[in-house]
Design a protein around this ligand. Structure first.
Ligand SMILES: C[S@@+](CC[C@H](N)C(=O)[O-])C[C@H]1O[C@@H](n2cnc3c(N)ncnc32)[C@H](O)[C@@H]1O
Length: 350
């Protein structure tokens, strides 16, 4: 045995373990609003933070110690102060920032609840259905996908299709399939008041969030209905159909893609957004690939297999995406030039 290689592996493995444990404490800080308490405050002593936040002093001390040792908060021993740097606050305290990453601290721990079910399914088949992940996952998805979608959808993503934007401005019928808590549908509804946006999803809890958000935003041109992507209405059809981070999750991707095609009006187009990935394992041998496969094992793939689905998995690349779209009857398929570390964008046409 090569002891050097073992030590190197031990170091890497313990780094992962550390990240997994620290993320749990980040989740507590996120949930309790501690990051917002620290945002923009500069260096503060423990007593001042305890007074301001109303935190139990001992919990606060241990949480700040974790965050300091992990390099999230800067601790200055000489002054005995803690500071959340502006750059870190943009990622953890400011939910309106496109760089907000706090949703991951809610989503990733909620994957762990699926471990017993996935372990069972490894021998017995089946999987863990979406509904078993509960509210934490619904909120985790909304909070990890939402900030980027709200900020970039109408500023960076849709503008790569100027013809679609000008039709959205004039007023068209749009369907967002697998709309979740409604971030994409509501962003389009607000930006394009002449268009009608229909959000469809199979998850009741996600739809409740979406309807509440639509009401709060006064978005009368957005509606949300519990409809499976396989059964979205086709008469009247839609000029634009979108899916954001959905197709790899569904039970029967071909059936959903087929119905999307049926439901497009003549000249309409489909925008499919899926996780960035290569088509083969060899192309995905890096940390982002590991994250995508892990989330897929513990959420995306298992929820599809739970209903006897194909379990496509989150790391399907552009070649397979194109093949699926062609098998579903589409003839136009183009990868759009949208610089984005998380998502691949495809314009698909009948
Ligand atoms: C990863 S979430 C993405 C949600 C949202 N589009 C976003 O970007 O935040 C996938 C969504 O697809 C929905 N979904 C899964 N299968 C579906 C189907 N057959 N028809 C409609 N929605 C589906 C799930 O309920 C979930 O809300």
């Amino acid at each position: 045995m090569n002891k050097e290689a073992m030590r190197e592996f031990m170091g890497r493995f313990m780094e992962m373990t550390t990240g997994a444990a620290v993320l749990g404490v980040v989740a507590v800080a996120d949930r309790t609003g501690l990051f917002r308490e620290l945002q923009g405050q500069g260096p503060l002593g423990l007593e001042a933070i305890a007074e301001q936040s109303g935190f139990d002093r001992r919990y606060l001390e241990e949480i700040l110690a974790t965050l300091s040792a992990a390099g999230i908060v800067v601790y200055t021993p000489e002054a005995d102060t803690y500071e959340l740097p502006e750059e870190h606050a943009a990622c953890l305290a400011d939910e309106s920032s496109p760089y907000f990453l706090g949703g991951w601290s809610q989503m990733v721990p909620s994957l762990y609840g699926a471990i017993p079910g996935v372990a069972r399914a490894c021998r017995e088949g089946g999987g863990v259905p979406f509904s078993d992940f509960g509210e934490e996952m619904v909120q985790g998805i909304a909070r990890s996908n939402g900030p980027g979608t709200r900020l970039l959808l109408t500023r960076k993503w849709l503008p790569v299709m100027p013809d679609v934007v000008s039709r959205l401005e004039s007023g068209i019928r749009v369907a967002d399939v697998g709309c979740g808590a409604g971030a994409a549908a509501l962003t389009m509804a607000r930006a394009y008041p002449n268009s009608q946006i229909h959000g469809y999803d199979v998850d009741g809890s996600s739809l409740e969030h979406a309807r509440r958000a639509a009401e709060e935003a006064g978005a009368g041109n957005a509606s949300f209905e519990r409809v499976d992507g396989q059964s979205i209405p086709s008469d009247p059809g839609f000029d634009l159909i979108t899916t954001f981070d959905v197709i790899h999750d569904v039970v029967d991707p071909l059936a959903v893609l087929g119905q999307i095609r049926n439901a497009l009006r003549e000249g309409g187009c489909y925008l499919m957004v899926e996780p960035v990935a290569g088509d083969s394992l060899a192309e995905n041998l890096h940390p982002a690939g590991a994250l995508t496969y892990a989330m897929s094992t513990l959420h995306c793939m298992t929820q599809s297999l739970a209903h006897g689905g194909v379990g496509l998995g989150a790391a399907w690349g552009p070649r397979r995406a194109e093949q699926y779209c062609r098998d579903a009857g589409f003839s136009g398929f183009e990868r759009l030039e949208v610089p984005n570390p998380f998502n691949a964008f495809y314009r698909v046409e009948a």
